[in-house]
Design a protein around this ligand. Structure first.
Ligand SMILES: [Zn+2]
Length: 294
């Protein structure tokens, strides 16, 4: 069976065509219909201009009614180009669909990318984490974080589709990569909360340095400026650091996040409270006191 025949779970609303040319805003919450149909049927709806969102309880759209879905859509609002997205390694492995949105122009690319997930996500917070990580990866629109967000179709678009999806192990990794979406502010890239990711960096992972060399993480000197491996980084916005126990980490000033080398969590038994020695962005203490779990 081709991937395009795999069922996806979503809700659609035939009362909303393109950017709601009918103009009746009551349909933003009402008139939704939950379905489980092949991905090809969703693509047909989109190319007829029909709006869609996650499956909702009572077929009324708001975050509290989020019931789940196995698709994730990311809006790209002129911050990235279609060719850059299609060249991205993650997209080449996992992207299911791409279509241009109503305000797309040759100069300002406005489009939507859609990933099918191997499993259904039923938890709204978990779903928002997934959206956030994919949005950071592709420089997507930061306001598109609500789990119950609706996505407009476009009857002028010609969607492109691929036999791909995000498998469960990759979903698990994405969920750990960039948690805490609640601390973001839509309007402000600087307002991301800084924290330590639960994902560790393999020592053999290739990292691109600011002068465009590819070096294994274990061989990079501390204080080297690098391109962040975890978001679409056009300026080198990350650096490599090291702590007193010679554990290396990467900190990205755009993601506001630190990733430690693999094995680090086994050595450091910190609890969930914040401690300055756990946070590489704070001044290092000479003597490290290990915290016992509370
Ligand atoms: Zn980053």
């Amino acid at each position: 069976m081709s991937d395009i025949d795999t069922d996806v779970y979503f809700s659609y609303n035939v009362n909303i065509i393109n950017k709601n040319i009918g103009g009746n805003k009551k349909y933003f919450s009402e008139g939704w219909e939950n379905v489980c149909v092949p991905l090809s049927a969703l693509i047909t709806l989109i190319s007829n201009g029909v709006a869609y969102c996650a499956v909702t309880n009572n077929e009324t759209r708001n975050k509290n009614n989020f019931a789940g879905t196995n698709i994730v859509s990311i809006d790209i609002d002129a911050e990235n180009t279609i060719s850059a997205v299609l060249d991205h390694e993650f997209a080449q492995k996992h992207l299911s669909e791409l279509y241009t949105t109503v305000n797309h122009t040759a100069q300002f690319h406005r489009f939507r990318i859609l990933f099918r997930l191997e499993r259904i996500i039923e938890d709204a917070d978990e779903y928002e984490i997934l959206m956030r990580t994919l949005r950071l990866m592709f420089k997507g629109d930061r306001s598109a974080i609500d789990a119950a967000r609706m996505f407009f179709g476009n009857n002028q678009s010609t969607p492109q589709e691929w036999d791909r999806f995000i498998p469960n192990d990759v979903i698990d990794r994405l969920l750990l990569l960039n948690p805490e979406p609640k601390s973001d502010k839509n309007s402000d890239y600087q307002s991301l909360a800084s924290s330590r990711s639960k994902v560790c960096i393999p020592l053999d992972q290739l990292i691109t340095t600011a002068d465009n060399q590819q070096i294994k993480f274990k061989n990079i000197n501390p204080r080297t400026s690098i391109y962040c491996p975890y978001h679409l980084d056009e300026n080198p916005s990350a650096f490599v650091g090291i702590n007193e126990r010679l554990s290396k980490f990467i900190h990205c000033t755009s993601c506001k996040r630190s990733w430690w080398q693999e094995g680090f969590q086994i050595k450091c038994r910190f609890n969930k409270r914040r401690h300055s020695h756990c946070d590489p962005t704070r001044p290092a203490y000479k003597t490290v006191k290990w915290c016992e779990p509370a």
